[in-house]
Structure formats: C-alpha cells, structure tokens
Design a protein around this ligand. Structure first.
Ligand SMILES: [Zn+2]
Length: 240
C-alpha cells in the first residue's frame, strides 16, 4: 500500500513538472554559468547533452537493457524510497559516467520548508545514496524545481556542489526546450522513471543523434573537483 501511495505521489508530481519548468528554469537561465551554484544547462563547446532521470516509481527491464546496451551516461536523481524499492535494477545500471545524485528524501517542495527541514531532507538523502553506492552525491535537484535562498544554504551545508535544474523536458514522445527550438549542446534533459521512460528516451536519443550531439556525464563537466580539462567518458557511447 505504501508503495502504491508513493507511485501515485510521483505520478502526480510528474504531471506538475511542466509548471516549475516554465517558472524556475527560465528564471535561472539568464544568469546560469558553469561557475554558478545553480545551473540549468552547461556551457561547453563539445557536442554533448546531459541525460538526467528523476524519482524512480517505475524501472522496467526494457529500460535497464536500453541503458546498458547503449552505454548511456545518466545522472540519476532518485528518491530514497526508490533506492530501496528498485535496489536491484538501479545497481544494474551502474557504469562509468552514471552517477547517483540527490533529489531530497521525501520529495517535499523545498520552498515550503524551513532551513532546518530543507537541510534534513538533503543531508538524509545524501546518507541513503552513500549507504547504497558508497559515493556521496555532488548535485542536488529540488523536487518540482522549487527552491529559495535557504535551499542554497541547506545544500551547501550538506556538501552539495551544485543545484542542477534542467532546460529540456522529455516525456510521452514530446521534447520541450525552455525558450523553444531544438536541443542544443550543453542542454540538461529531464526525464522521469515512469512506464513511458523507455520510449521517451529512444525519442531523445534519436533526436540528439540527428542533431550531431551525444550524451555525456554531468560530473565530467560540472563537478568542480578536478581542476583539469574534463575527460568525457562517452567516447564509446553508441547511438542507434
Ligand atoms: Zn521529482
């Protein structure tokens, strides 16, 4: 029953994503650079885009096969509950270039919470990811894109290096870029672990191949830890 409520909550939150995409992503875009703490796309001259997948209510075998066979680097913003529910599938998709990041513990809207509550949501989610993958998240994506100045303070207190928004959303065969037009290099693409993900991802992969782009690892380009030119881990990525 708890799982059913969890899935219903995620399905509802996915429907509501179009609104924060318009409000938050466009507001951030004007000032976002790779040095910003909050980013919604990556400044790069490389022909790359970034696949990010949120939540985790449904993870199908077909999707796992697709991610593995095409060697797609993914930044996963999976909730703590999904880490438990889909432990096996999520461990199977681990490969170089794929990372597990922070999407809060319970998917509450950050702007509705106090600083203390936001810090608890983010730090506790960090611990769940570290408990599962032995690595601490470096990116935080606020549920629904909702954030305020306390979110930045809370994220930094939890050791997060960047708040990662998005500027492209893909679902149900549709690709919507904030500001319109086709996907461009550096775009951060938002998808969700839903039944529709496998087909949505195929549409995205076909489109970025058509545009001469390829998926790359977000950490290679945005994790400021190595002060050297990033070495993309996607040279062997196959698109078909
Ligand atoms: Zn979410």
């Amino acid at each position: 029953m708890a799982h059913r409520r969890f899935s219903a909550l995620l399905a509802l939150s996915a429907v509501l994503f179009s609104l924060p995409l318009l409000i938050n992503a466009s507001a951030v875009r004007a000032k976002s650079t790779n040095g910003s703490f909050i980013v919604d796309r990556v400044r790069t001259n490389d022909p790359v885009v970034f696949i990010t997948i949120d939540d985790g209510s449904v993870i199908t075998d077909g999707l796992v096969q697709l991610l593995l066979s095409r060697k797609i680097p993914v930044a996963n913003f999976v909730l703590s509950e999904a880490l438990k529910t889909h432990w096996k599938a999520l461990h199977r998709i681990q490969r170089p270039g794929t990372s597990f990041e922070n999407h809060s513990e319970t998917h509450r809207l950050m702007s509705s919470l106090s600083l203390k509550e936001q810090t608890s949501e983010i730090c506790r989610a960090n611990e769940h990811v570290r408990g599962n993958y032995k690595k601490v998240p470096v990116f935080f994506r606020p549920p629904g894109g909702s954030h305020n100045s306390n979110t930045v303070i809370a994220a930094k207190q939890c050791g997060i290096k960047k708040i990662v928004m998005w500027n492209v959303e893909a679902d149900q065969g549709k690709i919507v870029r904030s500001g319109g037009g086709s996907i461009q290099r550096g775009d951060i693409i938002l998808l969700h672990y839903l039944n529709s993900l496998e087909s949505s991802l195929k549409v995205v992969l076909a489109e970025i191949k058509r545009l001469g782009l390829r998926p790359a690892s977000l950490r290679d380009y945005l994790d400021p830890a190595p002060a050297v030119t990033p070495t993309p881990t996607t040279t062997s990525t196959t698109l078909g």
